[in-house]
Design a protein around this ligand. Structure first.
Ligand code: S3P
Length: 167
């Protein structure tokens, strides 16, 4: 079985995914970690040196490989992985997919207090950028059938609700 936690940047995908992997005894993967290891560069460097389109290609390849494997796993993809139609369909076909929701204001505050550098939010008006990305991506996140409010529930509560949904 494969479980995929989608959602916007800072929604808590990795935290929930790690709890689930632990409880199910599945391997945990974070696509950004795998991309950094393969490219031997940080996500920030990849965006600066090679550009976002290149990052999206590597992201698609790495997530595709995981989804086509035989392994039981829990995956935390980057928040933009849903943008690619083929990849989004592959996730929905191959995995139990869930989406964590978060408001723009909360993304701004979580991102400020996070050590992870997210190149898309390194701009003069991050709240404006977050709002425009959320609007642009909403239709893709809405294709995911089950959503959880990451501001209302803790990561542990969301993990328990997901465990109740899967066989
Ligand atoms: C991105 C999300 C990031 C990372 C990259 C781009 C996005 O991952 O993949 O900075 O486009 O939403 P997180 O969602 O884990 O922050």
């Amino acid at each position: 079985m494969k479980i995929v936690l989608t959602g916007f940047m800072t929604a808590g995908k990795t935290t929930v995914a790690k709890i689930l992997a632990d409880k199910k005894n599945f391997n945990f993967y974070d696509s950004d970690d795998l991309i950094e290891a393969r490219e031997k560069m940080s996500i920030e460097e990849i965006f600066t040196v090679k550009g976002e389109d290149y990052f999206r290609e590597v992201e698609k390849d790495i997530i595709g490989e995981l989804l086509n494997s035989d392994e039981d796993l829990v995956l935390s993809p980057g928040g933009g992985a849903v943008l690619n139609d083929e990849l989004r369909q592959l996730m929905l076909n191959q995995a139990e997919v869930f989406c964590l929701d978060v408001s723009a204001e909360e993304v701004l505050s979580r991102n400020k207090n996070d050590e992870i550098v997210r190149p898309l939010l390194e701009v003069d008006n991050p709240l404006g950028k977050i709002n425009s990305l959320l609007t642009e991506r909403e239709k893709y996140y809405q294709e995911i059938p089950i959503h959880f409010d990451s501001e209302r529930y803790s990561a542990a509560e969301i993990a328990d609700q997901i465990l109740a949904e899967i066989p």
